[in-house]
Ligand binder design. Structure first.
Ligand code: IDC
Length: 466
């Protein structure tokens, strides 16, 4: 073989090597995160890292079956930034599973939906959409039969989540929901020991704070749902959600709208931004209602749009435009919001059961104390600081304590999500119960405070672990 021939051979080898190793094997949400579990009040992935599911809910499977197709879900994943999809199976209403629907056709649709999501490496929620039936106990036996069948079918898949009652309402109490949930969970767990199970809470899944006072015990991987519609539900409801999270309840927003609770009416982006600041602060998962072109403002597609996949920006309704922007990590207002671009982030207290636990230190964690606004009031200068603690180690952090030192003396003005001591020119910060633990590779962004100073410039001189 001549020299030229050999160099040609080398070129070919190099080319093959490049082709073999550089063609990216595109990661999917499921290949990245694997089987999910619940740790503390967080949803965590197979590596024990906090994970936030984001996606959309279909409208009723009987109403809008055409959107259950692989191309549609691919658009959700690749163009909208979704890692999950929710399949809404109404139990009553039009074509309901327990009313006048064809059980076999509806189950066929679910199977199509799960298959499409699975092929695309997306998480999928099978939602038993209790609504006008009000009390999930009304169709308890059918729910048990249904979920037994689903669990049997999907027990070997790590991407399927079960939502066992969308929105109990009509005065159904938590005691009644709990007893229903315990019966259904027992049946699912006999078949599938690990799948995440989402449990609706009373008053259209707004009473997570009530569930938090008396959660279901004896099972792992349970989460409780909280639903909001931003143009109707405001501060009062955000307080309820926050109370539930702070009580340690794992919460999942399996349905939300940026419009009114009717699913129609005005869209309120300002309130929606406030909701997302809260959800992102706690790393709470969220699914938008609804993937259809129905002529109502909660529909993510314009009613003029007839496409069932491959949508462009001009096909999106006002809700759709907001929802997609949100999933991509941008809030509408641009002020006061915490944007959140990555698919895994945020949750305060996730811990992997595998890794050992250590106390935060320089060796394991980094911390940043960032200025996020300053103003003058009277003779004093006020500054707001936000604290980010990142656990860069392979261990779970079991506790932490920090001291932030300023150049000149400071006075306390406000603080949140920690135990604080303000003294001379320093602030000592300890965690509260729910942000004490930080999972391996996880972070906490929940802590903040405001100090005032006589000096206009009073920089932070050091931040140390205690
Ligand atoms: C609404 C749909 C609407 C449908 C109606 C049926 O948007 O097209 O006619 O259900 O009753 C929920 C429910 C969800 C509702 C939605 C808007 O989970 O099924 O969808 N909503 O009203 N809870 C709060 C709001």
């Amino acid at each position: 073989m001549g020299k030229r021939d050999r160099s040609g051979l080398w070129m070919l080898l190099v080319l093959m090597f490049v082709l073999l190793f550089s063609v990216p094997v595109s990661a999917t949400p499921v290949s990245e995160h694997g089987a999910l579990s619940v740790s503390g009040n967080s949803l965590v992935d197979a590596n024990g890292r906090a994970v936030q599911l984001k996606g959309v809910s279909t409208h009723g499977l009987a109403w809008f079956p055409e959107y259950i197709n692989k191309e549609a879900f691919k658009s959700l994943r690749d163009d909208w930034g979704a890692n999950a999809v929710r399949l809404a199976l109404y139990t009553e209403e039009y074509g309901g599973y327990c009313s006048n629907g064809s059980k076999s056709q509806l189950k066929e649709k679910i199977q199509e939906g799960v298959r499409a999501a699975t092929d695309l490496g997306m998480y999928v929620i099978i939602d038993w959409h209790v609504l006008s039936d009000q009390n999930p106990n009304k169709h308890k036996n059918e729910a048990i039969a249904f979920f037994r069948e689903m669990a049997e079918k999907y027990k070997n898949q790590s991407n399927v989540l079960y939502e066992i009652c969308n929105e109990p309402n009509g005065g159904t109490s938590w005691t009644q929901v709990k007893s229903y949930a315990e019966a259904v969970i027992k049946e699912i767990r006999a078949i599938d020991a690990n799948a995440i199970i989402l449990i609706g809470t009373p008053t259209w899944s707004q009473d997570a704070d009530i569930a938090a006072k008396n959660p279901i015990t004896g099972y792992q991987n349970l989460m409780y749902t909280f639903h909001f519609y931003a143009a109707t539900h405001k501060d009062t409801y955000r307080k309820k959600l926050e109370a539930a999270v702070r009580a340690g309840l794992p919460v999942f927003v399996s349905e939300y709208g940026v419009c009114e609770a009717s699913g129609n009416g005005s869209v309120n982006q300002t309130e929606a931004d406030k909701w997302f600041t809260l959800l992102n602060r706690y790393g709470i998962s969220y699914m938008a209602w609804n993937l259809s072109n129905k002529n109502e403002s909660s529909s993510l597609l314009k009613s003029s749009c007839k496409k069932t996949s491959g949508w462009s920006a001009s096909d999106l309704s006002e809700s759709g435009t907001y929802v997609v922007r949100q999933m991509k990590g941008k809030l509408s207002g641009g002020t006061g919001g915490t944007s959140n671009g990555s698919s895994s982030s945020g949750a305060a207290s996730g811990t992997s059961s595998k890794a050992k636990s250590v106390k935060a230190s320089k060796k394991y964690c980094t911390v940043s104390v960032k200025k996020d606004g300053s103003w003058k009031k009277g003779k004093r200068y006020y500054t707001l600081y936000r604290v980010t603690i990142r656990n860069k180690s392979k261990y779970n952090i079991s506790s932490w304590k920090l001291r932030v030192k300023f150049k000149y003396s400071i006075k306390k003005s406000d603080k949140w999500n920690g135990g604080f001591t303000f003294k001379k020119n320093y602030v000592t910060i300890r965690p509260v119960a729910w942000n004490k633990k930080i999972a391996s590779k996880g972070k906490d962004t929940s802590v903040g405070f405001i100090v005032s100073s006589a000096k206009k410039k009073n920089p932070v001189v050091s931040v140390v672990w205690r």
